[in-house]
Design a protein around this ligand. Structure first.
Ligand code: ADP
Ligand code: MG
Length: 323
């Protein structure tokens, strides 16, 4: 039943090719694009772009408004990815949701990358084991992806489920790309979309994309007041692209954000990232991670749209995340 781009009004073979090359390989992807994006990527005029988007919206049945029952139906497809720690899952209403961006913020060493590794493993598990039966894409901006940690965590799962999981199989379903700067990072979401389209009809469609760290390159490159608006605009677009990726693929999106503790916290909420919350409210779920005694970590849910704020204690061990 899939409609091809060429079948849309105002899209000839040449434009279809350009759209495809730019990563808009489905009617849905075009339907949720903005005219200026299409103008820039497909070398077409603004009014043609608007017409194409409108044609794609009717074809993909994506209008400006949806009735509540339709939203409900899409919500029913939302998957929940279990973390390996029961308290953490409960805090999240059963697990990390698909079709949403979950931000993990915290200081250096708080465990953001470790949790991301664990989720990259768990995503691949069958649904009855708390996974999403899917593959994973990691956009690694700090060169902190470690295949050895994946092996440890798969061994941890083998203990837990008393079953022999093959670490090599898990590594094969994790697609890692290094991002060398913020522009590259943004472009990698397009590459991720291509990868997701390739895997869409396999037995391991992409169900998780991780950006670790979301903000490091942006922080390093945009220094000084004059450039902050520019940074914000780029970051907003990047998050918008990620949200769209999550929606189109029924995938979870995990982003990390390193924050500094404020040594002289005389006022304000210490759980708010100091030095500017550069994400604003674009992430659906926001988790503040901090170190506690030994291998314990406190995970605090902040500003969720439908869940009460609360805290969970999780442990990071060699075997991975656990109660
Ligand atoms: P962040 O990404 O928030 O900066 P990380 O996720 O890299 O922090 O967390 C690093 C911490 O994770 C280490 O300080 C250590 O406590 C824990 N950790 C890392 N590797 C292991 C391991 N193999 N076994 C147990 N704990 C580990
Ligand atoms: Mg890290």
């Amino acid at each position: 039943s899939e409609i091809l781009l060429e079948e849309l009004d105002h899209v000839g073979p040449a434009t279809a090719q350009k759209l495809n090359d730019a990563g808009y390989n489905s009617v849905e992807a075009v339907a949720v694009a903005s005219p200026s994006e299409l103008v820039a990527t497909a070398e077409i005029g603004e009014s043609t772009a608007a017409k194409i988007i409108s044609a794609a919206r009717s074809a993909a049945d994506i209008g400006g408004f949806e009735t509540g029952d339709f939203v409900m139906q899409r919500r029913m497809e939302v998957g929940k990815l279990r973390t390996g720690c029961e308290e953490f899952d409960e805090l999240m209403g059963g697990g990390i949701e698909t079709q949403s961006i979950t931000e993990m913020y915290g200081e250096f060493g708080s465990g953001k990358t470790q949790i991301a590794h664990q989720l990259a493993v768990n995503t691949q598990l069958p649904k009855e084991m708390g996974g999403l039966d899917g593959s994973v894409i990691i956009i690694d901006t700090e060169n902190t992806f470690r295949p050895e940690r994946i092996e440890h965590m798969v061994a941890g799962l083998s203990h837990k489920f008393e079953q022999d999981f093959d670490p090599a199989e898990f590594l094969k379903n994790i697609h890692v790309a290094r991002a060398y700067n913020s522009n590259h990072q943004i472009l990698l979401v397009d590459a991720a979309t291509e990868m997701a389209n390739k895997l869409k009809n396999t037995d391991k469609p992409v169900r998780l994309v991780i950006v670790d760290s979301l903000t490091a390159h942006f922080r390093a490159e945009y220094v000084g007041r004059g450039t902050l608006a520019d940074r914000q605009q780029k970051l907003n677009k990047h998050l918008h692209d990620l949200q769209r990726f999550g929606d189109l693929n029924n995938a979870s999106v995990i982003v990390t954000n390193q924050v500094m503790s404020k040594p002289d916290a005389f006022f304000g909420d210490p759980t708010r990232p100091i030095g500017g919350h550069i994400l604003g409210h674009t992430a659906t779920f926001r988790l503040y991670i901090r170190k506690s005694k030994g291998d314990k970590r406190i995970v605090k849910l902040v500003d969720s749209p439908c869940l009460p704020d609360g805290e969970a204690v999780a442990c990071i061990t060699t075997d991975g995340l656990c109660d």
